[in-house]
Design a protein around this ligand. Structure first.
Ligand code: FES
Length: 71
């Protein structure tokens, strides 16, 4: 299945690059995902995070802030 139609990037290509990459930004850059129309980026990031999570067994999503606002 294609992740980025403009650049012909498939899920298999993402899996292969994710196996030796450390971050979603690195994977996007190495494959050129989103470098044309950009419509694929949000879905691609979701898929990449899932692959990285499976690879490391960790949650790679952006942590939510627990910072309270005080006066
Ligand atoms: S579908 Fe990925 S840049 Fe257009």
């Amino acid at each position: 299945m294609y992740v980025c139609i403009c650049n012909g990037i498939t899920e298999e290509m993402v899996e292969k690059v994710a196996s030796n990459s450390k971050s979603e930004k690195e994977i996007l850059s190495r494959l050129g995902i989103g470098s044309s129309c950009g419509i694929c980026v949000l879905d691609a990031v979701s898929k990449i995070n899932s692959k990285l999570k499976n690879k490391t067994g960790q949650n790679t999503s952006t942590p939510k802030s627990n910072t309270a606002i005080s006066n």
